[in-house]
Design a protein around this ligand. Structure first.
Ligand code: NAG
Ligand code: NAG
Ligand code: CA
Ligand code: CA
Ligand code: CA
Ligand code: CA
Length: 360
């Protein structure tokens, strides 16, 4: 299995992300790479409007290793994750309000849609295409919501007109600094972010009119999802991690943010924590593809956006493992309906209140 840093992604700090980072640094994930985050359906939450703060604590539910080999398939948080992956967040909430009968009925109708070649079975390809489409819809929805949110912050008349850089800066200034212009560290956070964001803005502005429409803004928000943003993903990663600015990331640089004492510990032959050794191994055996001891730009990109970056592969496997009873690599309607609660929720389900803040 992958180690933590590989299974997660570079943290592309954005407007609201100061909050996010604060959350990621707390609790059991204290050793988690502060540069990384999980690109999961529920990440959309962070671009959402005002419920960010109440929800950010729930992020731990969506760790990649949740779907590890042990297969904790009945875990309640996993159900929520599966439902959101399968339906999208809003739609999954609707199912949560339905009676079991209605929920199953709607699921049956969905199976027909997922089975695009009409052979009455859902193949892995069909399932994956479905999950990818759902995820894309979630990202678009989240980007649009963030877009409107920024526009509203600067009292724009037309919430749908393309965003100017001035509007963006003003909105982020308001979010980070607000009415506390004397807060030095907030000022620094803002300045650092604007340096990064201006470069990213230029790249996301595909037609060069200096404005970001919603499509361009989605690329701006999630450069790791857009092949056209590859250069900027590499550039931002290097900016953070290539401390000696030689255009490569060596092992010490890679480990520094994860475990600041790394270089000294190695020098002093101190026993490293297991998770640090796992990251080391990850760097040497997986990320450094050509084994020359450092990550060049292409290796950096593969680190941030690995081939299995798209969670729909993993989620498809997970769903098949649970549902494909006769192991013929196809899901019949009966197989899906037998495990219907894996795919959709219903009214009697109360996992939503487990451990996290309720949303009411
Ligand atoms: C499957 O059925 C749907 C609706 O009945 C139809 O629109 C679609 O074209 C069919 N697809 C194929 C590949 O036959
Ligand atoms: C935004 O602009 C791009 C060109 O940069 C264009 O391809 C895209 O369709 C536009 N999107 C919207 C929603 O207008
Ligand atoms: Ca099919
Ligand atoms: Ca533009
Ligand atoms: Ca370097
Ligand atoms: Ca290398």
């Amino acid at each position: 299995m992958f180690s933590k840093a590989s299974a997660t992604l570079l943290l592309m700090l954005l407007g609201v992300s100061a909050l996010l980072l604060a959350g990621a640094e707390g609790g059991k994930d204290r050793h988690k790479d502060p540069r990384v985050f999980d690109a999961k359906p529920s990440d959309a939450e962070h671009e959402d409007d005002d419920d960010d703060e109440t929800e950010s604590g729930g992020d731990d539910h969506h760790d990649d290793d949740k779907h590890g080999e042990e297969g904790d398939d009945d875990d309640h948080h996993d159900s929520k994750y599966d439902h959101e992956s399968f339906l999208g967040r809003e739609e999954s909430h609707k199912f949560d309000e339905m009676s079991p009968e209605e929920s199953k009925e709607k699921l049956t109708a969905l199976i027909g849609k997922i089975d695009t070649n009409n052979d009455t079975k859902v193949s892995p390809e069909e399932m994956q295409a479905w999950l990818a489409a759902v995820a894309k819809g979630e990202r678009t929805r989240a980007a649009e919501s963030r877009f409107h949110n920024l526009k509203a912050t600067v009292n724009a008349k037309d919430l749908d007109s393309p965003l100017t850089l001035e509007e963006y800066k003003q909105a982020i200034h308001h979010e980070i600094i607000g009415d506390e212009p004397t807060d030095k560290s907030a000022q620094e956070t803002y300045n650092t972010q604007m340096v990064r964001d201006q470069a990213r803005w230029l790249k996301a502005d595909a037609d060069g009119d200096k404005l970001l429409n919603k499509t361009e803004f989605a690329d701006f928000l999630h450069p790791e999802e857009a092949p056209s943003m590859k250069d900027i993903v590499i550039q931002e990663t290097m900016m953070n991690t290539d401390k000696n600015k030689d255009g490569k990331i060596d092992l010490n640089e890679f480990m520094k943010d994860l475990h600041p004492e790394y270089e000294n510990d190695v020098k002093n032959k101190k026993k490293l924590p297991d998770w640090v050794e796992a990251e080391e191994k990850q760097f040497k055996e997986k990320l450094d593809i050509n084994k020359d001891g450092s990550l060049d730009p292409n290796e950096v990109y593969k680190w941030i956006v690995p081939d299995d970056f798209d969670h729909s592969h993993r989620e498809t496997k997970h769903l098949f493992k649970i549902t494909d009873e006769n192991k013929d690599n196809a899901l019949t309607k009966d197989e899906i309906l037998k495990k219907w609660e894996t795919f959709v929720g219903h009214q009697a389900t109360n996992y939503g209140n487990f451990g996290s803040h309720d949303e009411l």
